[in-house]
Every structure is written in structure tokens, then in C-alpha cells.
Design a protein around this ligand. Structure first.
Ligand code: SF4
Length: 439
């Protein structure tokens, strides 16, 4: 049996894709997963290419693996591998590069690869047009289970290379989603997180009335489910029906992550985003009308070409006005192959960084204020056990995405699982602290 270890960069979707690859390899019967820090025969690096920095991190990791384990094979897959396979082939130690459409054959490709030569298995992205169905029933390290329901994207946002790296939008058969959810619940995962590149487009390519809200309602009916969470969703796809299901079903986490990107219509147009600031404004209002309390996270790009000081101020003002609970600001970098490449990168690095820092500060203020509201309240959290500087840390998330650290778990800390009631006593740096209440 070959020992295989995994390293994942980027989003939750990539984490899920790593689980897919692990399942494919383990099911083959020739591979055994080992922790990344251990010696392995094969290291699979699942890359992200969302920013120049993400590319650099992947290259650094590949170099590090090769210098520490020169006798191991390095397999590179993910968005960077699809976008620039030749670039990755130059790196020392890379034995195999696997593209988005070729992932289903990864086991055979690894068997055919060898140390000292680079094997390319990167088909044109147009061939990535079917959902790769892999029944993942176990996640490597989380108490929550991620379930991918959709892949690819049909939009053409000018800054983004996802359509070129992941292909067109394709949905997973709802019966197979429900089957996987049932298996994960049976395996002991009480929370399911639905992921996809553009989950709001779920069902568009399926026949019959198949759309995201119907899928969510069907999942919520599954016995044993404690919580369902939705990952990032595009603003134009959030229907009143979806918001109503969230408002009316306590198992559906009151948490939206909606990429905003800019608060200036001219910049949004250059980005080819399919909404205006006014439409986003109405969306926030629609959510607020139906839900008393909710988490609202967003992504913002700082320094996109054409974003002058006034345009950035527009973004800042919107985010200050809306009940945003956290912001993920991204410093703009040109993605080779994206449509925005022709716009260049006219805004100085210093200005981009200053704007990014301003949004990070705003995000901290917002999340601090949101967390503060939880002090002296009783909440339900899904417990997770982790190690921090040699100590066992028990924490969990509320449905509104607040991290709650539990400080009276005693010797049974490791056995704590599932949803628990916690009395919040104080604010912490990145969440709140509380004491466990009797079950
Ligand atoms: S919606 Fe836009 S930003 Fe999101 S994956 Fe599709 S093209 Fe990229």
C-alpha cells in the first residue's frame, strides 16, 4: 500500500475536493492516507489560484515537500494546476499534474507516474462538464461535513478565473445528495454544510423542478440532522422563499455569506457582477425583514482597476450601514487569463493594502460588536475539540457563526460531541467564552 498525504489550499470547496480524491484513492485499495506531517510515498497538493499570493503559497509548499521528502512523488491538482500546468511542471519534485476533468482517473494516473519525470493529465476545461460523483462519507478532520452539490460557474466576472479552472455550472443529482447526507448523518456528523462554486445556480441544468430551496427543504427533513449551513451564495440567487425557509426552520443556520466585492456601481460593472449596489441594499433589507438575528459575511476586493478613493469610500459606507458581521477583504491581483487582465493593475500596492487594512479593522469592529451581544445568553453550539499549544481546546459554533470557547469541560473534554447548550460569560478575542450547561 502506498502512503498518501494531502495538503489543501483555498476554499471549502477545495477541502471537499481533497476528500473526494482521498475517497477515490482509498477505494482503489492501493493507498492509505497518512497525516501530512508524516512520511508519505505520494503528496497530493490541491491548489488554489484565486490570487497571486495563493499561487505563491502552493509553489512554496511544493518546494518544501521536495526538499524534505525528495524520494516522494508530488501530485498537483486544483485551480492552479488547471490554469498553469506548465508553470508547475518546472518545480522540482512534481511527478504528476491533474486537471479538473481528469480527477476521476487520479489513481491510475498516480500509478503511471514516476519520480524524476512530469506526467501531465490536464484536459481542456470544456471537458469538465459532468459532476464527478464520489460518495464521500467521512471527512478527515472536521465535526461538520461538507457536501458539494454544484460545481463550476457560468458567470464571467472579469476578475475571476474559476470558469477557466472549474468549467461550466453542473449540479449534482438530488437523490445522490440526499443519499450522501443520510450516510454522513449515520456516520455521526450532526452538521451538514452545502458547498458549490455557485450554489444558487443549483438545478439549472437538471430537468424538472430542481432548485436549491427544494433541495434544502428535502435535506432539512432528514432524520438525525441537527444543523444545515449554506456556504457562500451569490446575491442574485437568494430568493424570498430561501430566506423564509431559513426564518422558519431552526435547523437551518441563520448565516448568509454573500460576496459583495464593491459598493460602487461603475466598479461592479467593470467586474461584470450581475447586480447593483441598490439591489444588494434591497437584499440586505429583505433578509433583515424576515430574520431577527443572523450572521452576514461578505467578500470584498480592494483595489480593482477603476476603484478610486471615492469608489472605495462607497464600499466602506455600504458595509458600515449594513448589519454585516464579518468581512473577508481581498487585495486585488491580476489573474493571468482573466478578462480584467487587460485593465492592468493601476492602483498602487500601498493604496490596495491601506484599503484592505481599513476593511479588516471594520470587520473586527463588526464581529466584536456582534459577539458582545451574546454575553450572558444561552446558546447551542456544535462542539469541536482541537489542540492549541499542547492544550485541549473545546469550542463550537452557534448557528450564527459565533465561535464559543467552552471552559469547564474537565477530563471528559475529548468525549464532547454534538450540539450542547452553553451559557456565554464573556467576549474572547475571536468569539466568546462560556460554560457548559447540563444536557
Ligand atoms: S460568480 Fe463570478 S466570482 Fe463567483 S465563481 Fe463565478 S465567475 Fe467567479
Amino acid at each position: 500500500m502506498k502512503r498518501v498525504a494531502f495538503c489543501t489550499f483555498g476554499c471549502r470547496l477545495n477541502q471537499y475536493d481533497t476528500e473526494t480524491i482521498r475517497t477515490l484513492l482509498e477505494d482503489e485499495g492501493e493507498f492509505r492516507t497518512v497525516p501530512f506531517k508524516d512520511e508519505a510515498d505520494v503528496y497530493v497538493v490541491n491548489t488554489c489560484s484565486v490570487t497571486a499570493r495563493a499561487d505563491a503559497s502552493a509553489r512554496k509548499m511544493i518546494r518544501r515537500i521536495h526538499s524534505e521528502r525528495p524520494d516522494s512523488r508530488i501530485v498537483v491538482t486544483g485551480c492552479y494546476a488547471q490554469r498553469a500546468p506548465e508553470e508547475l511542471a518546472q518545480l522540482p519534485g512534481v511527478s504528476l499534474i491533474v486537471g479538473a476533468a481528469d480527477r476521476g482517473q487520479i489513481a491510475a494516473q498516480i500509478q503511471a507516474s514516476r519520480i524524476g519525470a512530469v506526467r501531465m493529465a490536464v484536459s481542456p476545461i470544456e471537458q469538465a462538464n459532468k459532476f464527478l460523483e464520489v460518495p464521500v462519507t467521512e471527512m478527515m478532520e472536521r465535526s461538520r461535513a461538507f457536501v458539494k452539490v454544484q460545481e463550476g460557474c457560468n458567470e464571467q466576472c472579469s476578475f475571476c478565473i474559476v470558469p477557466q479552472t472549474r468549467g461550466v455550472s453542473r449540479s449534482r443529482d438530488p437523490a445522490l445528495v440526499l443519499e450522501q447526507v443520510a450516510q454522513l448523518l449515520k456516520a455521526g456528523y450532526p452538521e451538514i454544510v452545502l458547498t458549490g462554486v455557485h450554489v444558487g445556480d443549483y438545478g439549472l441544468d437538471l430537468t424538472g423542478r430542481r432548485e436549491l430551496t427544494a433541495l434544502i427543504v428535502a435535506i432539512l427533513e432528514q432524520p438525525g440532522l441537527a444543523r444545515l449551513r449554506l456556504s457562500s451564495i451569490e446575491p442574485s440567487t437568494i430568493t424570498d422563499e430561501l430566506i423564509e425557509v431559513m426564518a422558519g426552520e431552526s435547523k437551518f443556520a441563520r448565516h448568509f455569506h454573500i460576496p459583495f466585492q464593491s459598493g460602487n456601481n461603475a466598479v461592479l460593472k467593470k467586474m461584470r457582477r450581475r447586480y447593483t449596489v441598490e439591489a444588494f441594499d434591497r437584499l440586505v433589507e429583505r433578509i433583515g425583514r424576515k430574520l431577527d438575528e443572523f450572521a452576514l459575511g461578505t467578500d470584498v476586493i480592494c483595489g480593482f482597476p477603476g476603484e478610486d478613493d471615492a469608489a472605495f469610500q462607497d464600499t466602506f459606507d455600504c458595509l458600515s450601514r449594513w448589519p454585516i458581521t464579518y468581512i473577508h477583504p481581498f487585495t486585488y491581483s491580476v489573474r493571468p487569463g482573466s478578462e480584467a487582465e487587460r485593465l492592468g493593475d493601476p492602483i498602487s500596492g500601498e493604496v490596495k493594502k491601506r484599503r484592505t487594512r481599513a476593511l479588516k479593522r471594520l470587520s473586527k469592529e463588526r464581529s466584536d460588536a456582534f459577539h458582545e451581544q451574546y454575553v450572558e445568553r444561552t446558546v447551542e453550539v456544535l462542539t469541536e475539540v482541537s489542540e492549541r499549544r499542547g492544550e485541549t481546546v473545546v469550542s463550537g459554533l452557534t448557528d450564527t457563526y459565533v465561535r464559543v470557547y467552552i471552559d469547564n469541560c474537565g477530563e471528559n473534554a475529548r468525549e464532547l460531541t454534538g450540539l450542547r447548550r452553553v451559557r456565554v460569560t464573556a467576549k474572547a478575542a475571536d468569539g466568546v467564552v462560556g460554560a457548559l450547561l447540563p444536557a
